[in-house]
Design a protein around this ligand. Structure first.
Ligand SMILES: Nc1nc2c(ncn2[C@@H]2O[C@H](COP(=O)(O)OP(=O)(O)OP(=O)(O)O)[C@@H](O)[C@H]2O)c(=O)[nH]1
Ligand SMILES: [Mg+2]
Length: 315
């Protein structure tokens, strides 16, 4: 799907930490000639800051070129506009520091007192870096928030969807490699979890999504929007889980109404199944239980069948 790995974004230092790092490195510069030594110090500070800014800037993808799924998912999680503004500020600071250093080197060459030039350069560099401290902090926050964004492979995908608390994550844990958290309250799953399953014809992605309520898109919270993006962009096949016991906290009618909307609103083929079959005897659809294991093999069979004909990429 893309090589964007939000998990790999580096930690971003605060302004103070970055200044410390640069000045500490410069303090290690040795030499007998005071003029030469001071110039080396300045070059070191400039290099440390330049390298650092470039590393942070290049760790971010070009957001316009990301696949739509990622772009929308990133924008739900953080603000792409704010990230871009922050990166532009880092770029500005990098250039500004370089200018200060170049000017200082010229001044020393011209015969100004190296100690005085160095002191004034350090002051100006500190002030430039403190100016972008809010941007550095935002980029670090963004990095932490983006940790939850999964890296998806361009592979056939089954999306598990349904109302909150109906047993989606429990099923995903049973039939795939990922073990999302399971709990007795709704909206336990807030992010997208990606597990895999080997089928005869290759590997299928099994995607656990946050619970959805039956309401218009504009009223949905961030958590629900993540599920919608999976249905819209990733699903080759949707398994929609209905909890007829209503112990999830929502009526079967509400759950059926959302099912209809998903059937109308998305292209992917969809199958609806009943969960918690250990608690009821309704069998007008396939019913499964994560507790007794009833119906689980059938669900796996359905996935096998569905993906038999799909072309798998060579890996
Ligand atoms: N009796 C019974 N309880 C189940 C079954 N599957 C899940 N549960 C219970 O239902 C509750 C919700 O399970 P989850 O797997 O977290 O449900 P979810 O749909 O992922 O919930 P959200 O992430 O909040 O949307 C938990 O208390 C589970 O133990 C089942 O087959 N039978
Ligand atoms: Mg869940």
């Amino acid at each position: 799907m893309s090589h964007f790995e939000p998990r790999r974004l580096p930690t971003v230092l605060t302004g103070e930490e970055l200044i410390d790092k640069a000045f500490r490195r410069a303090s290690k510069v040795s030499g007998r000639n005071r003029k030469k030594k001071t110039m080396d110090k300045l070059v070191t500070v400039s290099n440390v800051i330049s390298d650092y800014m470039k590393r942070i800037i290049s760790s971010h993808p070009s957001y316009e070129n990301l696949p739509e799924f990622y772009r929308e998912l990133v924008d739900i999680t953080v603000s792409i506009r704010k990230i871009k503004k922050s990166l532009a500020a880092l770029n500005w600071a990098e250039t500004a520091v370089q200018k200060v250093v170049k000017k200082s080197l010229r001044d020393i060459k011209k015969g100004k007192d190296p100690d005085i030039v160095l002191k004034s350069a350090y002051g100006r560099i500190s002030s430039i870096i403190s100016q972008i401290d809010p941007e550095l902090k935002y980029l670090n926050e963004a990095k932490n928030m983006m940790k939850s964004i999964p890296t998806l492979a361009d592979e056939p995908s089954v999306v598990i969807a349904g109302y909150p608390n109906v047993g989606k994550s429990s099923l995903v844990a049973k039939i795939s490699t990922v073990k999302p958290e399971v709990a007795t309250y709704p909206f336990t799953t807030k992010e997208i979890y990606v597990g895999f399953r080997e089928v005869d014809s290759g590997r299928v992605q099994i995607i656990d999504t946050p619970g959805l309520l039956d309401r218009p898109f504009y009223r949905r919270n961030k958590i629900e929007k993540r599920a919608i993006l999976c249905l819209k962009y990733l699903a080759d096949f949707i398994i929609y889980i209905l909890d007829p016991t209503e112990t999830c906290g929502y009526s079967l009618d509400e759950q059926l109404s959302l099912l209809e909307e998903i059937e109308d609103g998305f292209d992917a083929e969809i199958i609806a199944v009943y969960s918690k079959s250990d608690m009821h005897t309704i069998r007008d659809r396939l019913a499964f239980s994560n507790l007794t294991g009833e119906g689980i093999e059938e669900i796996i069979q359905i996935i096998e069948e569905r993906f038999k004909s799909l072309k798998f990429k060579e890996t």
